[in-house]
Design a protein around this ligand. Structure first.
Ligand code: PLP
Length: 415
């Protein structure tokens, strides 16, 4: 069936992804429920990268050869696509990095010491991925700042009632994930942006998990920094985005020195290029940038209407069906407050054993602390199993997971 842009189904979408064409070793079809770790790649992304590497590859922003001009144009076209994807004001606000981790570290190391000093406060939440926690711990240690945490309610949402107590005049930054990689909670980013701005502080949103699941308009939400990775967005790994408002980028010092980021270099000093070049020293991941542009086009063609409706239904079905598995505890808020992620434990079974046994059935999930050790401390478990959904997953795959979990219970002699 040829997928139609207007009303695709998950089965149509699936046919866009070559990985699902071949069964796994042993003949079982791949059921991929590990999209929170990384997503599979549609043909259009693979082809865009292959075309660049095989037909028009050269370095960017350097030579005036026709080849180099063509690849530079393709890279800048991808920047423009990403700008449109998040509705940034200007393409110069889109900085290409290697991923979310690098983007957050770049802000912490470059913007941080220039704007945060001893006694200032950085506000985080109790559900942050280590990538949005450790860089701030490092900065706080370096400059003598304090970290404060917005606590979670009993149903695993950020407790907004605690804002007045936690976000004060000493706050310089609120850094928060848009969507928890464990709980699936979708956070009230607009409220947090208002709370930050009321104190003249900035807001940084970690969109690593959020970007593939919901449309984000950085201007409407008034975000100062918005960050995400290509590989979770059906694009390549090794490429990510750091969005920041232009006035912030104008003031922020560069975090890498070298070629491309300079205006003029003397033996003893240099002057900076304008953003985005100021923050893109060295040769960028050229084919990956082009692949990210293709991924963004792919998502926009599919349409957010389909993606959000399909994933909301899948999430609710998964919650309802998994809840019926004996001994299961599902972590996170009620399905209407979460997106596409279902983390759980089964009483008496190690998360590692569950992962191993469902993998035998051709189902890829992930177990462990998912780079959120403090959140797992709060959950009172050292590891969970996470099923995370994407645009190509189906209700039949949820059924297969439930069956595999029931079989795992038997294998582990829990029944
Ligand atoms: C919420 C969140 N933030 C940050 C990251 C880090 O992303 P990356 O490994 O692409 O840098 C992840 C990855 O799982 C994540 O889930």
């Amino acid at each position: 069936m040829i997928p139609t842009v207007d009303s695709p189904t998950a089965t149509d979408v699936r046919s866009d992804f070559p990985i699902f064409e071949e069964p796994l070793e042993g003949g079982k079809p791949l059921i991929y429920l590990d999209n929170g770790a990384t997503a599979q790649k549609p043909r259009v992304v693979i082809e865009a990268m292959t075309e660049c590497l095989s037909r028009y590859y050269a370095n960017v922003h350097r030579s005036k050869s026709r080849l180099a001009m063509r690849v530079t144009e393709a890279v800048e076209a991808a920047r423009e696509k990403v700008r449109g994807f998040i509705n940034a004001d200007d393409a110069s606000e889109i900085i290409f990095t290697s991923g979310t981790t690098m983007s957050i570290n770049a802000v912490a190391q470059a913007w941080g010491p220039a704007n945060i000093e001893e006694g200032d406060v950085i506000v985080l939440t109790e559900m942050e991925h280590h990538a949005n926690l450790v860089p701030w711990q490092m900065l706080a240690r370096e400059v003598g700042a304090e970290l404060k945490f917005l606590p979670l309610t009993d149903d695993w949402q950020i407790d907004l009632d605690r804002i007045p107590e936690v976000v004060t005049e000493r706050t310089k930054l609120i850094a928060v994930t848009g969507l928890s990689n464990v709980l699936g909670t979708v956070n009230p980013v607009a409220d947090l942006a208002k709370a930050a701005h009321a104190m003249d502080a900035k807001i940084l949103v970690d969109g690593a998990q959020w970007a593939p699941h919901e449309p984000v308009d950085v201007r409407e939400l008034d975000l100062d920094f918005y960050i995400f990775s290509g590989h979770k967005l059906y694009g390549p790994s090794g490429i990510g985005v750091l969005y920041a408002k232009r006035e912030i980028l104008d003031e922020m010092p560069p975090f890498l020195g070298g070629g491309n980021m300079i205006d003029r270099v003397y033996l003893d000093h240099f002057t900076e290029a304008e953003p985005p070049a100021k923050f893109e020293a060295g040769t960028p991941p050229i084919a990956e940038i082009i692949g990210l542009g293709a991924a963004v086009d792919y998502i926009r063609n599919l349409g957010w209407e389909f993606i959000t409706a399909h994933e909301a239904r899948l999430s609710q079905v998964a919650h309802a069906k998994l809840s019926a598995v004996p001994g299961i505890t599902i972590y996170g808020p009620a399905p209407e407050h979460k997106a596409a992620i279902c983390s759980f434990t089964i009483e008496g079974a190690a998360a590692e054993d569950i992962n191993f046994l469902v993998d035998r059935k051709g189902i890829a999930v992930r177990h462990g602390h998912h780079c959120t050790m403090p959140l797992h401390d709060k959950l009172g478990v050292s590891a969970t199993t996470r099923a995370s959904f994407g645009i190509y997953n189906t209700e039949e795959e949820v059924d297969a997971l439930v069956e595999a979990l029931l079989a795992a219970r038997k294998r582990l002699k829990l029944d």
